[in-house]
Design a protein around this ligand. Structure first.
Ligand code: HMG
Ligand code: MG
Length: 286
């Protein structure tokens, strides 16, 4: 029987580094991306083409995207909030795009200065550009369990936004526990609601580890059929517009969890651990 496998999406260079206060040299970002690709990660979110006034750490997005270049077997993606970002990301060579909205109106306003419905409208020209370029677009639904401003979020609200992103043409929806306070039970209820609107093959799980339950939440989503999960090397990150959100689930923990369960990740844990140690040293965390 073929071994079960999982796809790990590495979001550290974007979702991890976007939250770092210290200036990180473009060369260091590129070195990190290289180490992650060397470790076997086949999908890497390299940067975000967002406003440098909103997220200064991503201001070197074009240099990072161009510097990442092309590598056989690896797709480098860029987070974009609108047409301007998508145009710049594609011009710099992005092989995939990711748009982002939320299941909470308050978070959408704080994060992108618009309502959920307005964010979806902003994505229409992004989808058109991506289609012309032949690149896939992932859609993030932030605050899929809790919102820092509104508290717990109803599973149906998440499912509705996920369905809208799919209708727009997104090839994958990342159900994102931005605050990282979810439980396996609430994760399962949210994923079940999303599954009533989308096949498991089009859903991914993106968990933060604030309450130390991210792996348990991953396991709950895996049980329901999800096979794509996000990690951030070294557990870096948090969202600048989500006060109280600790780091993303560390990719090395995610890989160790699946490998220990006999599920192939294609990632070399030793090399990944080395990358985690290296970036922690570079940004003064160790
Ligand atoms: P705004 O101020 O409402 O936009 O920001 P605007 O259209 O009025 O434009 C204002 C200025 O921004 C203009 O420049 C635009 O050109 C510029 P000016 O003429 O004043 O010099 N601008 C841009 N610059 C660069 N790239 C762009 C871009 N668009 C406009 N793409 C906007 C609206 C969406 C741009 C802003 O709110 C923004 O950039 N927000 C990004 C916030 C962000 O990146 N948050 C973190 C990522 S989301 C996240 O972490 C959650 C996630 O990881 C999942 C999870 O963990 O839950 C995805
Ligand atoms: Mg995140």
């Amino acid at each position: 029987m073929a071994q079960a496998s999982v796809t790990i999406v590495e979001v550290g260079p974007r979702d991890g580094l976007q939250n770092e206060k210290a200036e990180i040299a473009t060369q260091d970002k590129l070195a990190l991306i290289g180490k992650l690709a060397d470790a076997g990660l086949a999908r890497i979110e390299a940067t975000a083409f967002v406003s440098p006034r909103w997220v200064p750490q991503m201001a070197d997005h074009a240099a990072v995207m161009r510097g990442a270049g092309r590598r056989p077997g690896v797709a480098f993606s860029a987070l974009v909030p609108n047409e301007k970002g998508a145009e710049a990301a594609l011009a710099a060579g992005a092989q995939a795009l990711a748009v982002f909205t939320a299941a909470s109106e308050s978070f959408s306003r704080r994060n992108t200065n618009c309502s959920i419905a307005e964010s979806i409208e902003r994505f229409r020209p992004v989808m058109a550009l991506a289609e012309r370029a032949g690149v896939p677009v992932r859609g993030y639904v932030s605050c899929a369990l809790d919102c820092p401003y509104e508290g717990p979020i109803a599973p149906e609200a998440v499912a509705t936004v996920a369905a809208e992103l799919l209708a727009l043409g997104c090839s994958e929806i990342a159900l994102s526990d931005t605050l990282g306070r979810g439980t396996p039970e609430r994760t399962a209820a949210m994923v079940e609601a999303a599954l009533r609107r989308a096949p498991a093959a089009m859903l991914a799980g993106h968990f933060h580890d604030t309450s130390g339950r991210a792996i348990a939440n991953v396991a709950a989503a895996w049980e329901l059929g999800l096979r794509v999960f996000d990690g951030s090397v070294g557990g870096l990150g948090g969202c600048p517009y989500a006060p109280g959100a600790a780091g993303n689930l560390a990719t090395e923990r995610l890989v160790a969890h699946f490998e220990a369960s006999g599920i192939a990740t294609g990632v070399d844990l030793t090399q990944l651990d080395e990358a985690a140690t290296w970036i922690a040293t570079r940004i003064g965390r160790s």
